[in-house]
Design a protein around this ligand. Structure first.
Ligand code: NAD
Length: 108
C-alpha cells in the first residue's frame, strides 16, 4: 500500500482497524523472559491482563529486568534451562520467545 500523503486526511471509510490479537489468550510462557526483549514482552502481556510464566536461566538476563513485575497478578519467574525438560503445570495458551538463544536451545 502506498504511503498516505500526511497532508491529506483519509475519509473514515478508508481507515481500517489494525488486526487485534486474540483475546482468548489467558496464560503465556515466555522463554528468555528476563532478557531485554523478553522482559518487554512480559511487561506488555501482564499489562494486558495475561498470566505470564517467565522461564529464564539468567545467563545473560537478570531478574532485575522483570523486578517491576514481581507481585503482579499472574506473573511468575522460574529459573530454568529451557533446553531441559520443563514442566509447567496448568493450561498454557501460547509461548513467547524472548530473545537470543532462549527459544532455540542455544544460549548466547
Ligand atoms: N537498552 C537497549 O537498547 C538494550 C539493552 C539490552 C540489550 N539490547 C540489545 O538487545 C539485543 C539482545 O536482547 P535479547 O533479548 O535478544 O537478549 P538477552 O540476552 O537480553 O535475552 C535473552 C534471554 O534468554 C535467556 N536465555 C538464553 N538462553 C537460555 C536458555 N537456554 N534457557 C533459559 N533462558 C535462556 C537469557 O538469560 C536472557 O535472559 C542485543 O541486540 C542488544 O544489543 C538493547
Amino acid at each position: 500500500m502506498a504511503a498516505a500523503d500526511p497532508g491529506t486526511a483519509l475519509p473514515a471509510s478508508h481507515v481500517q482497524a489494525a488486526p487485534r490479537p486474540t483475546r482468548d489468550v489467558h496464560r503465556v510462557v515466555v522463554t528468555g523472559g528476563a532478557g531485554f526483549l523478553g522482559s518487554h514482552l512480559c511487561t506488555r502481556l501482564v499489562a494486558e491482563g495475561v498470566d505470564v510464566v517467565c522461564l529464564d536461566n539468567l545467563l545473560t538476563g537478570s531478574a532485575a529486568n522483570v523486578g517491576h513485575l514481581q507481585g503482579a497478578d499472574g506473573f511468575r519467574v522460574i529459573r530454568r534451562e529451557v533446553t531441559d525438560f520443563v514442566h509447567v503445570p496448568g493450561p498454557v495458551d501460547q509461548f513467547g520467545i524472548g530473545g537470543s538463544g532462549s527459544g532455540t536451545g542455544r544460549s548466547s
